[in-house]
Design a protein around this ligand. Structure first.
Ligand SMILES: C[S@@+](CC[C@H](N)C(=O)[O-])C[C@H]1O[C@@H](n2cnc3c(N)ncnc32)[C@H](O)[C@@H]1O
Length: 313
């Protein structure tokens, strides 16, 4: 079979199975099998495939027809212009999440001239942590995940981009694995934690709900359970003026903002390229730091009382 015929056959087969990106997927899968890029495939359409290549291609097409995401089939996904290894142990990094990295980069460029410190909680494939370390020389990142399998992939990605010596990988729940001496010292914290409301999971596309890890998706009744727990912890680790970035879905901007007390945080909601709410940008207020440090966290109510007293209220 020639490349040209294989592409037509693959496209038609995937179309029959209602795969929306049938043409592109057929090209990407044949690239994987032949080692040729997509332009090469189009330019060398009359080249013949070996019997082994035909068999591998058919097997990948079958798996794609059953809904398996292309990134799991190729083992690779591009994010921030870098290639990342992905397996079913990790969520496939989404282009929408680049907004979070771009926001962190902008902030670090403006505000931190030394060797800044960052935390990426729920690191998954490590795409956010490794992109930040790759793009900000001298940045040190703590990359935390509950899943050991995900951390193994994140470590491979850090090695791939030669940033493993500046990323501290830790297994555990939210910020529990953070060294206490880092309190009040972190410049930026990125959190793409699960934020899909539990009730919405059954209605997700099959390639997400049947193939991606549920530990990476389910955010509780309104999707914000983990952010509710994270915010007070994040407050104590960020330095005054430090940034907490949390990815959200459409409709979660207002409820997420309500979890961030305005006396402690300045909050903004950013939209993605499709105009949907995508990112909570919360800056830790500078002028509250002294009182918070005295009180400690998570005793936020005590801290707020002290602020009122100091203000003579
Ligand atoms: C939505 S995925 C994001 C992965 C990656 N940061 C990205 O943007 O592609 C969420 C990740 O959070 C991890 N996670 C879920 N609950 C967690 C918790 N309580 N503490 C730390 N990590 C958690 C999951 O294992 C998963 O890797």
């Amino acid at each position: 079979m020639q490349i040209r015929d294989a592409l037509i056959m693959g496209r038609e087969f995937l179309n029959l199975h209602n795969i929306q990106s049938a043409n592109l997927d057929a090209q990407v899968l044949l690239s994987k099998v032949t080692g040729m890029d997509r332009t090469g495939l189009l330019l060398q359409g009359d080249r013949a495939l070996t019997a082994e290549q035909q068999q591998q291609y058919r097997s990948l097409l079958d798996r794609r027809a059953w809904g398996e995401p292309v990134a799991y089939l190729t083992g690779c996904k591009e994010f921030m212009g870098l290639d990342f290894i992905v397996t079913p142990a990790v969520l496939i990094p989404r282009p929408d999440t680049e907004l979070m990295v771009e926001t962190a980069l902008e902030y670090l460029k403006k505000s931190d001239k030394g060797n800044p410190l960052a935390v990426d909680v729920g690191t998954g494939s490590g795409a956010i942590a490794a992109s930040l370390a790759y793009l900000v020389p001298g940045l040190q990142v703590w990359a935390i995940d509950l899943s050991n399998e995900a951390l193994e992939i994140a470590k491979q990605n850090a090695r791939l981009h030669r940033v493993e010596d500046r990323i501290h990988f830790r297994q555990g729940n939210l910020l529990k694995p953070m060294p206490l001496e880092m309190k009040g010292r972190i410049s930026v914290m990125t959190a793409n934690l699960p934020y899909i409301p539990s009730g919405d999971i059954p209605g997700l596309m099959s390639d997400v709900k049947d193939f991606e890890p549920h530990l990476a998706l389910d955010g509780g009744i309104d999707g914000l359970d983990l952010y509710r727990l994270l915010i007070p912890m994040a407050y104590s680790f960020l330095k005054p003026g430090g940034l907490l970035l949390m990815e959200i879905g459409p409709g979660q901007g207002e409820p997420a903002s309500k979890i961030l007390p305005p006396d402690l945080w300045q909050t903004e909601i950013k939209l993605d390229l499709a105009g949907r709410e995508r990112l909570v940008v919360a800056e830790k207020n500078k002028n509250q730091f002294k009182q918070q440090k005295d009180c400690g966290f998570p005793e936020r109510k005590m801290a707020a009382t002290l602020v009122f007293k100091l203000n003579g209220i």
